[in-house]
Design a protein around this ligand. Structure first.
Ligand SMILES: [Fe+2]
Length: 252
């Protein structure tokens, strides 16, 4: 399994604060069957200077890489970022923010409001040759209130991710759960978004087990293949999503 959204690099954001925490998180990831990881510390183009972020990420990575504990885990890793949505992204060099040696870039939105210029900005990122991965889509009211909005972005070429914790908890907002997005094939990836062993601890294994139990093996196979294709920078198959329809007041 592959985890492509986590805050495990030490001392760079609100995730792991030091090497000990990083190593503990990585040991837990490995124990759960994760073999490949993309490190995605937060980057906000409105508040941070790209070069400063890249230097901090490089330093944190070298620090971790230099430890025996990390090397003994024999994980395959890439650097990435969880980029806060900004219309400035259209003017930026995205190559350093995309997952290393790929054209995939993880983007998160403000929780409460659908940001101005969202579709236009995502379209322009796609036109530059990048595929936006929309982080934890289950979190946003503007999708749960009307999942067709997510369907439209996926049809445009975006990929969507749900958090393992949301899959496991089964929480639904306005009747729409993380599992429902997977069932519609509107969420293509499960990731941990792990911050610490206490706050959103890695639990990808439990999420996959739940998908297997509730939706069946073809769904777990599909999710794992998607994460593999993204990690390898393979062409992502045109997603065959089901368009959500409202029936008797519920999205189905
Ligand atoms: Fe995150």
């Amino acid at each position: 399994m592959i985890d492509m959204h986590c805050h495990i690099l030490p001392g760079i954001d609100d995730g792991a604060q030091n090497l000990e925490e990083s190593v503990a998180l990585l040991r837990e990831e490995k124990r759960q069957g994760i073999q490949k990881i993309v490190f995605t510390p937060h980057f906000n183009p409105e508040r941070q200077i790209l070069d400063h972020f890249l230097t901090a990420r490089e330093n944190s990575w070298h620090h971790l890489q230099a430890t025996d504990e990390f090397r003994q885990l024999e994980l395959e890793t890439k650097l990435g970022a969880e980029v806060y949505f900004s219309m400035r992204l259209t003017e930026m060099d995205l190559s350093k923010l995309a997952f290393e040696n790929t054209n995939y870039i993880l983007i998160e939105f403000p929780v409460n409001n659908r940001p101005y210029g969202m579709t236009r900005t995502l379209q322009s990122i796609i036109e530059k040759g990048y595929t936006p991965i929309l982080a934890h889509v289950e979190r946003y009211d503007f999708f749960t209130e009307n999942p067709v909005k997510l369907y439209d972005l996926v049809s445009m070429g975006c990929v969507a991710q749900v958090n393992a914790a949301a899959v496991v908890s089964g929480v639904s907002v306005k009747g729409v759960s993380a599992l429902q997005y997977i069932n519609w094939e509107l969420a293509h990836l499960i990731c941990s978004d792990a911050h610490s062993m206490v706050r959103r601890a890695p639990n990808t294994q439990a999420a996959y087990e739940l998908v297997e139990k509730k939706l069946g093996h073809q769904y777990t196979k599909w999710l794992i293949k998607n994460s593999y294709d993204i990690f390898q920078n393979n062409y992502f198959d045109e997603p065959v999503s089901h368009q959500p329809k409202k029936f008797l007041g519920k999205w189905r």
